[in-house]
Ligand binder design. Structure first.
Ligand code: ADP
Ligand code: MG
Length: 367
């Protein structure tokens, strides 16, 4: 018998901006109510170490240590909610992706397709005293999938057919809810904007799109950026920091306009235009509305560009219009995925990940 469960969903995405912790009540029909959430910032030096890992400037020792340290950060985020609301039935942690390699490469005939999320679940379970689900993506990769995108499973339950659910985090990904729901990463989200805000303004991101709104889109640079192979590749496809790396961005900047605000405006237009183009190229079912979530939903200029590039008949909304927090949507989704793990309900969608089988993703760690 399935029962509703109180679950803390934990998510930290490619932006590494914060650990999003969402205390939810997950119902047997897989609907989910947010009780409370927090955005817990990584301590400064831990975040710096993570970026060092992303850059490839780290040792196995760093990785080993960070797995436990990040686990402790995730546990600390939970503790804040637990001190106010008491212990949940379960914690469900996505972890922090440090590498994602969804390519069919082989060595000695062995597959090198792989993914790695850190934030040791034993540390979370021990520190909080709660059973913890973690390591979702591996089971999908082991079944031949890309291990991403995973939130499609939840979007398929939460939204009606004809909805394109568009997440704009560091990377952007869409779920097209239809008879056979599918999804893929459309490409960059905020990753290039954040990098350039840091480089030119020493700021972590373009708050509300204010800088982009002061700049002018450089059409020739935009055209050039739109020519990247990734945008032409057929789904299923996923991407990450490994592809849109500092090296990639620095190369792109060699052809950029002079004024930093024009760079930010053009990169903001790039995210919006690649999303609209991906729909045109790869989505053949009718789209009635686009529902945006993730941090990009708060970038007003991004939303303006999206409105500009999308055909007029498609409605543009955000998750808030459906009573779902843009901020906690993904953490809530992981609460639902963890609920499924607990009850042994298959929680991947092969039409999204390319897996050859429906499997139960996630590993249970007792406290
Ligand atoms: N108010 C805001 N205005 C503009 N951009 C924002 C705002 N809030 C968040 N963002 C952007 O969203 C990013 C975080 O989005 P998020 O959905 O958490 O992505 P991820 O899953 O990659 O962590 C930030 O790095 C920033 O670029
Ligand atoms: Mg985030």
């Amino acid at each position: 018998m399935l029962e509703s469960k109180k679950i803390i969903g934990l998510m930290s995405g490619t932006s590494c901006d914060s650990i999003d912790a969402a205390l939810c009540e997950v119902m047997p029909d897989l609907s989910c109510k947010l009780i409370s959430g927090i955005n817990y910032k990584y301590p400064e030096h831990i975040r710096a170490k993570l970026f060092q890992i992303f850059k490839g400037d780290s040792s196995v020792k760093d990785l080993c240590q960070m797995n436990f340290a990040v686990g402790e950060c995730f546990a600390n985020a939970c503790q804040i909610l637990i001190s106010e609301f008491g212990k949940p039935d379960l914690i469900s942690s996505h972890g922090q992706t440090i590498y994602h390699y969804p390519f069919d490469e082989k060595l000695d005939d062995l597959s090198l397709k792989s993914t790695m999320q850190i934030g040791e679940s034993s540390v979370i379970a021990r520190k909080t005293g709660c059973m913890t689900v973690s390591n979702f993506r591996e089971a999908d990769v082991a079944a031949g999938g890309d291990g991403a995108p995973l939130v499609c499973f939840v979007d398929d339950r939460w939204f009606k057919k004809g909805t394109a659910v568009q997440n704009i985090g560091g990377i952007s990904n869409v779920t097209m809810v239809c008879d056979e729901t599918f999804g893929f990463d459309t490409g960059v989200g905020n990753i290039m904007i954040d990098y350039c805000m840091n480089k030119f303004y020493s700021k972590p991101y373009d708050k509300n799109g204010e800088t982009a709104s002061k700049g002018k889109v450089c059409e020739s640079w935009l055209d050039c950026l739109m020519q990247d192979d990734y945008y032409f590749k057929n789904p299923p496809k996923t991407t990450g920091r490994e592809y849109f790396s500092p090296n990639y961005i620095e190369n792109a900047l060699k052809f950029a306009p002079e004024k930093p605000e024009d760079i930010i405006a053009t990169l903001t237009a790039l995210t919006a235009k690649t999303i609209a183009t991906a729909y045109e190229r790869f989505i053949t079912v009718p789209i009635n509305e686009v529902v945006v979530g993730g941090g990009g939903a708060y970038n007003l200029q991004m939303m303006k560009f999206l409105r500009h590039y999308l055909p007029n008949h498609i409605e543009l909304k955000t998750h808030e219009d459906y009573g779902i927090s843009n901020n906690y949507k993904e953490a809530m989704a992981f609460a639902v995925l963890g609920y499924c793990t607990y009850y042994n309900i298959p929680n991947n969608l092969p039409s999204c990940t390319g897996a050859n089988k429906r499997v139960v993703m996630g590993k249970l760690t007792n406290c």
